[in-house]
Design a protein around this ligand. Sequence first.
Ligand code: FPP
Length: 243
Amino acid sequence: MLNAPHTVPVAGPRHVAIIMDGNGRWAQARGRPRLFGHHAGARRVREVVEACPGLGVKYLTVFAFSTENWKRTQAEVAGLMSLFRRYIIKETRTLKENGIRVRFIGDRVRLDAKLIALMDALEEETKNNDLVHLTVALNYGGRDEVARATKRLARDVAEGRLRPEDVGEETLPKYLDTRVLPDPDLVIRTSGEARISNFLLWQSAYSEYEFIDTLWPDFTAGEFERLCRNFGTRERRFGAVLA
Ligand code: FPP
């Protein structure tokens, strides 16, 4: 017997998550420093966000900085942090006026106070928007997120707010950074690497994946549309057997 709640009608993805890879190689191919590629990549984010409403994409989550990215040179890390600060300052008004609600996921502890203040302000400024929900993963790692969630869950158990026997599959997501978001339907990774690199590990259990060769700074709204339409032709069974 078909388990109806575990099937969905064929439609475009409601939540798309993107691993924006290839900025460094794109810059190097042009004889430019890696940060030049990150700046070009940041401009692509806007183009993709703008395409979302027309494609029915309500949630877009982008991987901007991973817990592993601290291993890059100090100059690249500092350049990326500066880029994030400038991006928030420059884009806040446009995001606010265009109905984009911005959230950040990831661990804030290692981020500098100025950046955290800008992130908080952007979340606050856009909290009443609902056209597109843009989530930026910053100092984010899937395992780190699960570990932090588990710590909070364990604290609730220790302090008597949660009973171990009540912990089930649906419990942990309530403690994840993404607790207010639906799971991603489609995860895209650019630049030819076929890895998920610690991105949304729990949440992408049933996601479709698209690994494409395009380097992130070359990614266009047209390609985004093609991938979203391609998703609409796939059959998602979530482990069930369709009649
Ligand atoms: C991966 O390319 C990209 C990053 C680590 C940073 C992503 C950041 C942006 C696209 C810019 C800012 C985003 C926002 C939301 C403002 P890579 O450096 O790993 O490239 P490579 O694999 O070619 O070295």
